[in-house]
Design a protein around this ligand. Structure first.
Ligand SMILES: Cc1cc2nc3c(=O)[nH]c(=O)nc-3n(C[C@H](O)[C@H](O)[C@H](O)COP(=O)(O)OP(=O)(O)OC[C@H]3O[C@@H](n4cnc5c(N)ncnc54)[C@H](O)[C@@H]3O)c2cc1C
Length: 394
């Protein structure tokens, strides 16, 4: 608390999908209170991480500037990266030499691809973490496609599938290989998975299911069996990790470095720290949430609402969340949406083809207009309770 002005200082670290949501929604909810909200991010540009595979395949995205998105909200934007945290003194050190004091810290640093598990991945494989790197990858892709070269996508999860299909559709002359421990789409129902398989066949994507990469070389990928797969360009999508910032200073984190929360999404060791999105380890009756926007944005909306209530001296209900879909693009002309139970297991319903493309586009495009709307309207949507209720599972 600022002793002279009595202002409650709120720092939001990270202006990705969840940090943006928390900041604008909280500003709206606290406009009659004496608070200052400072949002910290290394870049002025809002990164649409949901679309990084599109950038990697050579598409241009809309240029969303964070200061423009915040205009009129009252949120102060500070362009910098957080490099250290003093949880006892409640101070964040920034890479521009600045220091930010907080009474409440919303921790929204997201996650990034883990390239440390396999030798050579860090040196020779590309990732979808940074838009500038993704753009350079797309330029290399164009050069390699001209010579009918080879591309390997490591990781058979949804990000790997989306990247492989986008690349194969944009560059039909390339040989694209998708390597994954499990069958692509193994979390989907039979019909959705069959559609996915047909799309992978149509795009002539070679699948190496059950294969494990032992080493990434400059021009190949070596499997644990010793087999070499030629690869002019290797894209790594297998596994994510989080910033070590919280774990380094004694904040309680799980085995992956994510901050462990209580039922109202406060750090169990430091209740003034509110982790959201990929950086948080949030337990539901069916398990710990995995990093998606689908769950991350509700954690941000809930945290904004819960903090605003606490600042008014009101009580807060526990966070509840249930998954409802697995949306997967298969290039620009196809997609598959598997609808799910709250615990992410597949239901009977799914969408494919044009309807799925439109659905997926609506999902990917929705965060930016939601931020704009949240500045002006107090939204009472289900979001604040965390998406679909999990009462049946509780
Ligand atoms: C290619 C791809 C496709 C995806 N598709 C889907 C999908 O279809 N559906 C879905 O639900 N999820 C999808 N995801 C996952 C989704 O993108 C993440 O779950 C989501 O971005 C998490 O939001 P976040 O706010 O926690 O993190 P992010 O959106 O990653 O934001 C983190 C922010 O913190 C900033 N930051 C990092 N370090 C610092 C620092 N030290 N100081 C200050 N700021 C910092 C970053 O620059 C970034 O702006 C996809 C991911 C990828 C890579």
């Amino acid at each position: 608390m600022n002793a002279t002005t009595n202002t409650h200082e709120i720092a939001v670290l990270g202006a990705g999908y969840t940090g943006m949501m928390a900041a604008v929604r909280l500003a709206r909810r606290t406009r009659k209170l004496n608070v200052r909200i400072t949002l910290v991010n290394p870049s002025e540009r809002f990164t649409e991480r949901l679309r990084m595979h599109q950038v990697a395949a050579g598409q241009e995205l809309a240029d969303h500037r964070i200061p423009d998105l915040l205009a009129g909200s009252g949120v102060v934007f500070h362009r910098a990266a957080a490099i250290a945290l003093d949880a006892a003194a409640r101070v964040v050190t920034l890479d521009d030499g600045g220091a930010l004091h907080y009474d409440t810290l919303i921790y929204a640093l997201g996650s990034h691809t883990d390239t440390t598990a396999v030798p050579g991945a860090d040196d020779h494989a590309w990732t979808l973490d940074d838009p500038r790197r993704a753009r350079r990858f797309s330029q290399r892709l164009t050069e390699i496609a001209a010579a009918a070269g080879t591309v390997t996508v490591v990781g058979g999860g949804l990000t790997g599938i989306e990247a492989a299909t986008e690349i194969a559709e944009a560059h039909p002359g390339l040989t694209v290989t998708l390597i994954g421990a499990a069958e692509p789409g193994n979390m989907m129902g039979d019909k959705a998975r069959a559609h996915l398989e047909r799309a992978l066949d149509r795009l002539r994507i070679v699948r190496r299911t059950g294969a494990q990469v032992a080493k990434v070389l400059p021009d190949a990928v070596r499997l644990t069996t010793g087999e070499l797969i030629a690869s002019d360009l290797t894209l790594w999508t297998a596994g994510v990790t989080v910033s070590p910032l919280a774990g380094q200073v004694g904040i309680a984190v799980d085995e992956r470095g994510r901050i462990i929360t209580d039922t109202t999404l406060r750090s169990v060791s430091h209740p003034e720290i509110l982790p959201i999105g990929d950086a948080a380890a949030i337990r539901m009756p069916f398990g710990v949430l995995h990093g998606t926007c689908q769950s991350g944005i509700p954690t941000a909306a809930y945290t904004a609402d819960a903090l605003a209530r606490r600042l008014r001296g009101k009580t807060v209900r526990a966070f509840r969340f249930g998954y409802f879909h697995q949306p997967v693009s298969l290039g620009r002309k196809d997609a598959v949406i598997q609808f799910t139970n709250a615990d992410d297991t597949p239901r009977r319903w799914y969408l494919k083809g044009r309807a799925a493309v439109a659905y997926k586009e609506m999902v990917s495009a929705s965060p930016v207009p939601t931020y704009k709307l949240s500045k002006h309207v107090t939204m009472q949507a289900q979001l604040s309770n965390g998406g679909r209720a999990t009462r049946a599972l509780a």
